[in-house]
Design a protein around this ligand. Structure first.
Ligand code: X8Z
Ligand code: ZN
Length: 596
């Protein structure tokens, strides 16, 4: 019902082309068959150009990538507009869903005017290229790329050095500011041509519910987890204050953004050593284990592949190993930000990543492989259903698997000699919380900023001010030094110049715990969730696969139901998981300020 409602709304808003209304379901079906065939061809062509652009950034590949994208967007928009002819026709459910999805295909809608569509796609390619090739050149003349900066932020405990590279990475983005401004105008124009109020409204329409209801859902989920975040924030702040001094970290104000072990302060697990609960040593350090054992990048990917294999998934195809980019090439510029590809939407799976041997990348490999195994699971679906139930599902699969990387699992695969004692649980939970709980407000705020930028509520003259207001509001962090509108700090986060929606990661952070809870129970694990691993459990594998195979063929609550028996996104699973830590944190925070 909802699907048809959306379609009708769209029809009312879209300027209908002057064609006679179609009459029959057969006609609608023929249109859809043609549309899916054309979109498949253009998608594959576009993905090939995009792959080369991302793994070999030069002048020409940027143009070729933009061109492929432009063709694909133009064809998709044209088909979406044409499809409104069938809006009033009652259609069988599958066809109706395809009509709906066709109208929601685009992340970037470009204006129909040729010059403007070319400009929009060129700006997009250019901004991603600027990010990919971005470097901070220090006063001494040494230039650092993002991987080097990330490593410094991960390991350095010298505030001056941290401040230097934190500021340094943000020197790459001010030149993006005028481009981004223009990009917003053009993409909004394109979105409006398709009947959406703006690009943000288009993005919010992809969740099988009215866009405003989706916003309220997000708020509901955030309210569920906010107390947990506040407890973690207050505790981490007080420990950082001990480490860096009262002059550096306020007692009851925001945490300076450069002290949290990550260039964007989005995950904090790299500063575990600074905030570790006493007497709760996890007993191992995965980074150290990988390095000591001389595990290389290929072996790391094989571990991930074998986990999926243990659940009953077929091994990755030989072409995965031939065509993936797994390490940073020495001789050319690439987009290092990790991504998973399915170039022919069938079996040409690839991973693009600049793997380094550490625990963070070990987890990211599982994240990316989750995309690849999802892609392959839904490849028997018709083209428009070759997608996840919603984008949060796509981001949650690999992370769900990574939640099963428990000490017991590491023992099973021979990376650890003995499982950690129970006394280690608190330490392990803290580490996970620094990764998963710390991320929640960050996952939410990126698009809170972008949606307001797209709607015009945030004007270009206040891009940075509004950015830091949201960083403060949701995360309780502040820039280490005053920022001005001469900077463009959102551009220093990949997904902004690359135009990748971000709310998906917030959803995934919640969903993965829901998935983990359901699969753990399926696997017969009755203990605390943080001790459950679904490794080698075929039944859990089957249950997961059943959902993955559905792709986007059904509204996401149906997919969620198939896996969990629940129809709502629900944060009680993440709260259950961290419950013992929350109790401990609140104990530590007694008599100390919470919030900012
Ligand atoms: O971008 C990613 C993945 C690719 S989909 C590496 N992630 C977000 C980020 O890095 O900001 C994974 C978690 C959040
Ligand atoms: Zn991802």
């Amino acid at each position: 019902m909802r699907q048809r409602l959306t379609a009708v709304t769209l029809a009312a808003l879209v300027a209908l082309p002057a064609v006679a209304p179609a009459q029959t379901v057969a006609e609608a079906q023929a249109f859809m068959d043609r549309a899916e065939k054309q979109l498949l061809e253009l998608n594959v062509e576009g993905a090939r150009a995009d792959w080369v652009r991302s793994t070999y950034i030069i002048y020409d590949t940027e143009i070729l990538g933009a061109l492929g994208n432009e063709r694909l967007i133009a064809a998709t928009a044209k088909l979406a507009t044409e499809s409104t002819r069938f809006d009033k026709l009652p259609l069988p459910p599958e066809l109706a869903r395809k009509m709906k999805l066709l109208k929601l295909q685009l992340t970037l809608a470009t204006p129909s005017a040729k010059a403007e569509s070319a400009e929009a796609t060129q700006i997009a390619a250019k901004m991603e290229g600027m990010y990919g090739t971005g470097k901070y050149c220090q006063a001494g003349g040494k230039c650092l790329d993002l991987d080097q900066i990330t490593n410094i932020m991960r390991t350095s405990r010298n505030p001056a050095e941290l401040l230097d590279v934190w500021n340094g990475w943000r020197t790459i983005s001010p030149p993006m500011r005028p481009l981004y401004r223009r990009f917003v105008a053009l993409s909004n124009k394109g979105a409006r041509e398709l009947g959406f109020a703006d690009t943000g409204a288009m993005w919010r329409s992809k969740y099988d519910m009215p866009p405003d209801e989706f916003s309220r859902e997000l708020d509901r989920l955030w309210q569920q987890v906010r107390p947990l975040y506040l407890s973690l924030h207050a505790y981490v702040r007080s420990r950082l204050r001990e480490k860096y001094g009262a002059g550096a970290v306020p007692a009851n104000g925001p945490i300076p953004a450069h002290l949290l072990g990550n260039p964007w302060a989005q995950t904090w697990d790299n500063i575990y050593d600074l905030v570790a609960p006493p007497h709760a040593d996890p007993g191992y350090d995965l980074t150290k284990i990988l390095i000591d054992r001389k595990t290389d990048y290929l072996a790391m990917v094989r571990y991930g592949e074998r986990f999926f294999g243990s659940l009953g998934f077929a091994p990755l195809p030989p072409t995965f190993w031939e065509r993936s980019m797994l390490v940073k090439p020495r001789d050319r510029e690439v987009v290092c930000h990790a991504s998973a590809w399915d170039v022919d939407t069938k079996d040409d799976l690839r991973l693009k990543m600049c793997i380094e041997v550490n625990a963070e990348d070990f987890i990211t490999i599982h994240h990316e492989l989750g995309h690849n195994f999802y892609q392959r699971a839904y490849n028997k679906q018709p083209f428009l259903f070759r997608d996840s139930a919603n984008d949060g599902f796509h981001e949650a699969i690999g992370d769900t698997i990574a939640l099963s990387i428990t000490p017991e699992y590491l023992v099973k695969i021979g990376l650890l000699a003995h499982p950690s004692p129970e006394s280690a649980d608190l330490g392990l939970l803290m580490k996970r919380a620094l990764e998963k709980v710390a991320f929640l407000p960050f996952g939410l705020l990126i698009d809170q900023w972008r949606w307001k930028v797209f709607s015009g509520e945030i004007q270009p003259e206040e891009y940075n001010k509004a950015w830091w207001a949201l960083r403060l509001k949701y995360q309780g962090i502040a820039p280490p030094e005053a920022r001005t509108e001469a900077e463009f700090d959102p551009g220093a986060k990949y997904h902004v110049p690359a135009n990748v929606p971000y709310t998906r990661y917030f959803l995934a952070d919640i969903l993965q715990f829901q998935f983990h809870r359901a699969l753990s129970r399926t696997a017969g694990c009755t203990g605390p969730l943080y001790r459950c691993s679904i490794y080698a459990n075929q039944e859990a594998g089957k249950r997961l696969n059943n959902m993955l195979e559905m792709g986007a063929s059904k509204p996401w609550p149906d997919a969620l139901y198939a896996l969990t028996g629940e129809r709502q996104m629900d944060a009680t699973a993440i709260l259950d998981y961290f419950a013992p830590l929350k109790t401990w944190l609140d104990e530590q925070n007694k008599g100390k300020p919470v919030g900012w």
